[in-house]
Design a protein around this ligand. Structure first.
Ligand SMILES: *Cc1c(COP(=O)(O)O)cnc(C)c1O
Length: 453
C-alpha cells in the first residue's frame, strides 16, 4: 500500500552554493527517531508531550570521563554534584553511586541531599542564605560549610562557642581571573584583602576548623586559563596560612562552571566544535596546583562541583508541533508545545532542535515559538529547519542543566521526566503535575467558596 505524500509548497531560494548564512549552515540532515534506542514516538505516546528524557548511561559516561580527566593529572580528586543544576533525586543518586558528594546552596537542597542518603560529612554547603537552623544542622552532621560573608562567619563563631563541636569550614573566595564582569558578589574578594582578612578572623577565633578554600568563578566559562589563575590564587592563600599559622588546608574546591557542549546565542560556530573540553579545564587546574608550592607527599584534595558540563548532554526535551504561521514579514514560524517556562535555557542557548520523523530536503529559516501567551516565548529566533507539520515531533538537545530546577508552572502544568536506564528500560522519575498538585497548595477562604453568576 502506498500512502499519499504530503504536499509541500515550493519555496524560492537564492542559490548560495553551501555558504553559511547569518545563522550558520543547516545542521539537521537526519531525524532523531530514537533516544537511547527507545522510539521518540513511543515515548510521547506513553508519557505525553512535552517530555524530558534523561539517559543514565550518558550521565555515567560523562562523569567517568571527567573523573578520569582529573585523576590522571592529579592524585587526589573528589567531585560533588551541584544540586541546583538538576536535583531530581534519581539524577543525584546516579552521581552519588558514581562516588560524587553533594554540593548544595540552600536549606532545601541540604535537606534533599540528606533525604537522598548522602552522609552529612559528604555535603558541601554553599550559598549566601544559610539560616541559623541550617548551620546548626550542618554542624551536627559534620558537613563542610563554605562561608559566604562576615555575618555568617560571626554567627558560626557564636554557634560554635555554644556547642562542643568545631564546625568544619572553608571560605568562598572571589577574584579577578581575567573574566569580566567578575562574580564578586559571592564570598570574599582576593585582591582587596577581604579573603585574607576572613581567613585570619577564622584562625584567630580558634572556634572553627578551617579545612578548605573554595571558589566558583562563573558559569559556562569558556576559558580554562581563568581556572589556572583561580587555582594559583587559592594555592597562594593556602601557602600563606601554612607560613603564618603552620596550618594545613585539606582541600581546594574549584567550584564548577565549565562550559557544556551547548552553543551560546550569538555564537557563530556550534559549541561542540569550539568550547573547551573537560580535559582542557583539568589540565589548567591541575597544572596550576602541581606548579604551586604544595608538597607532592601531601597535596590538598581537589574538589570539583561541576554541574552543567556533566548533565547537559544527558537530557533531551521532546515536543510536538501545534501549527505553522506566516509572520507579517513573510517569515515562517512554527509553534511548539515547548515554552520557555520549561526550557529556561533557551534564553541563553541556541538549542539544537531536530525533527523526530523523516523529512524532505526543503528547508526554511524558521522562528520557533512556544505555546505561552507571551511575546518572550521564543525557543529559537531563527533556525534553518525542514518543514514541520502539525502533530510532528521535535527533539531539543542538551537540556539537562538548570531546566528541571528553574522551570516555572505557568498557564499549564509541568511535564513528566523519564529516565532511560542502562538496559533501555524507561522509568518515570518525576511525574507530571496535575490539578491536584496545585489545589493541594491553595486555600480558598470560606467567604469566597461560593458565587452565583
Ligand atoms: C551553580 C554552582 C555550581 C555548578 O555550576 P555549573 O555552572 O552548573 O557547573 C557549583 N558550585 C557553586 C557554588 C554553584 O553555585
Amino acid at each position: 500500500m502506498t500512502t499519499k505524500k504530503r504536499y509541500e509548497r515550493p519555496v524560492i531560494k537564492k542559490l548560495e552554493s553551501n555558504m553559511p548564512n547569518k545563522f550558520g549552515t543547516r545542521t539537521e540532515y537526519e531525524p532523531v527517531l530514537q533516544i537511547e534506542r527507545v522510539p521518540v514516538k513511543e515515548l510521547i505516546e506513553k508519557h505525553g508531550s512535552p517530555l524530558f528524557v534523561i539517559s543514565e548511561s550518558k550521565i555515567r559516561k560523562t562523569y567517568q570521563a571527567a573523573k578520569q580527566a582529573f585523576e590522571t593529572r592529579y592524585p587526589r580528586v573528589q567531585f560533588a554534584w551541584s544540586y541546583k543544576t538538576n536535583y531530581i533525586s534519581a539524577v543525584c543518586n546516579i552521581f552519588h553511586q558514581e562516588g560524587s558528594w553533594a554540593e548544595v546552596v540552600s536549606g532545601f537542597e541540604y535537606d534533599k541531599a540528606i533525604q537522598n542518603g548522602v552522609p552529612g560529612s559528604n555535603i558541601i554547603f554553599n550559598g549566601p542564605d544559610k539560616s541559623e537552623q541550617d548551620l546548626r544542622k550542618a554542624i551536627t552532621n559534620n558537613s563542610l560549610i563554605h562561608i559566604d560573608h562576615l555575618d555568617e562567619l560571626y554567627l558560626l563563631q557564636e554557634i560554635a562557642k555554644s556547642t562542643k563541636q568545631k564546625p568544619r569550614v572553608a571560605i568562598r573566595v572571589n577574584m579577578d581571573t581575567g573574566i569580566y564582569p567578575i562574580w564578586d558578589r559571592f564570598g570574599f574578594n582576593y585582591e582587596n584583602g577581604q579573603a585574607w582578612d576572613a581567613l585570619n578572623k577564622i584562625m584567630f577565633s580558634g572556634s572553627m576548623d578551617l579545612v578548605g578554600l573554595h571558589t566558583h568563578i562563573g558559569t559556562f566559562m569558556l576559558s580554562p586559563n581563568a581556572y589556572a589563575i583561580a587555582a594559583s590564587k587559592l594555592a597562594n592563600l593556602a601557602q600563606r596560612l601554612q607560613q603564618k599559622y603552620d596550618h594545613e588546608i585539606k582541600y581546594i574546591d574549584m567550584g564548577g562552571g565549565f562550559a557544556s557542549r551547548n552553543t551560546l546565542k550569538g555564537a557563530f560556530l556550534p559549541g561542540v566544535d569550539t568550547n573547551p573540553t573537560i580535559d582542557e579545564f583539568a589540565e589548567a587546574i591541575t597544572s596550576a596546583l602541581i606548579n604551586s608550592d604544595f608538597h607532592p607527599k601531601n597535596p590538598p584534595l581537589l574538589i570539583l562541583e561541576t554541574g552543567r558540563a556533566l548533565i547537559d548532554d544527558a537530557a533531551w526535551l521532546l515536543g510536538s508541533v501545534l501549527t505553522n504561521k506566516r509572520l507579517a514579514d513573510g517569515r515562517r514560524s512554527t509553534i511548539l508545545d515547548i515554552g520557555v517556562n520549561i526550557l529556561f535555557t533557551s534564553f541563553w542557548y541556541a538549542h539544537k532542535i531536530t525533527p523526530a520523523q523523516h523529512f524532505t530536503s526543503y528547508t526554511e529559516d524558521t522562528v520557533l515559538y512556544g505555546p505561552l501567551c507571551m511575546n518572550i516565548d521564543v525557543i529559537r529566533e531563527n533556525v534553518t529547519l525542514p518543514l514541520l507539520h502539525k502533530g510532528d515531533h521535535v527533539v531539543v538537545h542538551s537540556v539537562g542543566a538548570y531546566n528541571m530546577t528553574q522551570w516555572m508552572q505557568f498557564i499549564t502544568l509541568r511535564p513528566k521526566v523519564v529516565l532511560i536506564d542502562e538496559a533501555g528500560k524507561v522509568h518515570v522519575i518525576r511525574d507530571n503535575e496535575s490539578m491536584k498538585t496545585i489545589a493541594d497548595l491553595e486555600v480558598v477562604p470560606r467567604h469566597l467558596a461560593d458565587f452565583e453568576l
